[in-house]
Design a protein around this ligand. Sequence first.
Ligand code: FES
Length: 575
Amino acid sequence: MKKIKKPEELRSYRWTGPDDLRSFGHRSRLNQMGYSAADYKGRPVIGVINTWSDLNPCHMHLRERSAEVKRGVWQSGGFPVEIPALSITETFMKPSPLLYRNLLSMEVEEILRSQPIDGAVLLGGCDKTTPGLLMGAFSVDLPTIYLPTGPMLRGNWKGEVLGSGSDAWKYWAEKKAGNLSDQEWCDIESGIARSPGHCMTMGTASTMTSMVDALGLMPTGASSIPAVDSNHARLATDCGRLIVEMVWADLPPSRMLTRESFENAITTDMAIGGSTNAILHLLAMAGRAGIQLDLTDFDRISRKTPVLANIRPSGEYLMEDFFYAGGLKGLMGQIRDLLHLDCLTVSGRSLGEAIKDAPVHNEKVIRALKDPRATEGGTAVLRGNLAPDGAVIKPVAAEKRLLKHTGRAVVFSDYRDLKERIDDPDLVVDEDSVLVLQNAGPRGAPGMPEWGMLPIPQKLLRKGVRDMVRISDCRMSGTSYGTCVLHVAPESSIGGPLALVRTGDLIDLDVDRRSLNVRLSSDEIKRRCETWKPRESPYERGYVSLFLKHVTQANEGCDFDFLRGRGGVPEPDIF
Ligand code: FES
């Protein structure tokens, strides 16, 4: 990369360069930490933003990776500074980690802007950390590389391969159906997560790191490297070396992010059969980059993009297999004709150069273009009188027979109601019913939890039923599957039509036609609307009350209304 910046043009120079009282203070405090001018003078300061935490199993190797990034920064003549940031742990944060994505983004934005930092390496991977870290970085627009945590190794149970999430849902259903013993369930618990790294199915974590890879914000193909592979440690050091070059070459995200690069991310999302959560996060990330995307972009690209990755939950294999088969680089090589190849990557090369001649080693895992898993339909966008602003479904993860379906609604007014009644032997429900969950959206839950794969009632599980049409305004885990209509907008807790559905109403789903409707006359909808009342919120203070006031709906990415768009905040004065 061509060096175009001089040391005195570095942003950090404003803190450490001038001969004045403030800079004296900054330099004396660096001395206090044991650094001398030789360590930092004229060197780019690189923020290594680390989301390691004792409560985040997906990030438990990030302290070592951070040291490896720093090694690369030193080697290239930079000055690394490690800074912790909120670790959004998918497993433990309640009611929903999505609630905290925007908080992380605000934290990263302020960390980078308020301090003498010239470039950043962001360390994350567990679902919401990827969009959260990058949304903040896009808002500040300093040179940035994303170091993904990498997927964990395959799970194992008696020699059988287990996938994160997907196999937990599968075997839980078998246990409820009476087909699995307590001991077997216990053994699965010990074998499903065996190493550091994020979920190794094509869940939200793998999808989001793949999206960022396709956007060009990490060395191409890096998202597929397993967390414990020595390639991953070397990747960390490479990122450290590269970010220093990017600072000298003045390569911030705004020089890489374009409408075309986001279209590359969406195309890749469809070809990997990615998580429905990607839609939400890409909308929010594009918003921070000042790029206008909407749901129709996803549906348009979905219709022309074949699904090539054969990864669970929609396929058979796991991320470790994907890496051995050629990884994302190999997959993008297969769909190169659908990509905008001129888009720039962190290496300073175009995407086209980065994926040139990328091989595929196993066509069972990464299918050839002439033999796709599906010719289209990674994710589809539905509309109708039940979702005027849109809803999403992942057809490749659903039973085909249900993609055109009419059934009577069985309505649950919230998640507590669902938990209490779903397994009630007296619940009036059959395999043709449509399960509806209300008040689970961005404001309703709050934070739009991953409750969208509503459980199949136990009495139907015992009859062998494993999929039904389910509709909600929440999300589902990227590791989930089934005929689940998600992200219904506007959500029920603000009076969207989903709030008006009653048990017994007939609902029509037609994925081919992209429609979702309840068979009610407009007069009846109006009548029900007049008697609908919002629920009282128990959240009156703190961050959650800020979230409730400013979060946008699912079709807009659930970012805060005051954070969209690039720039607008001045550099801090240094007095
Ligand atoms: Fe961290 Fe799944 S729990 S990615």
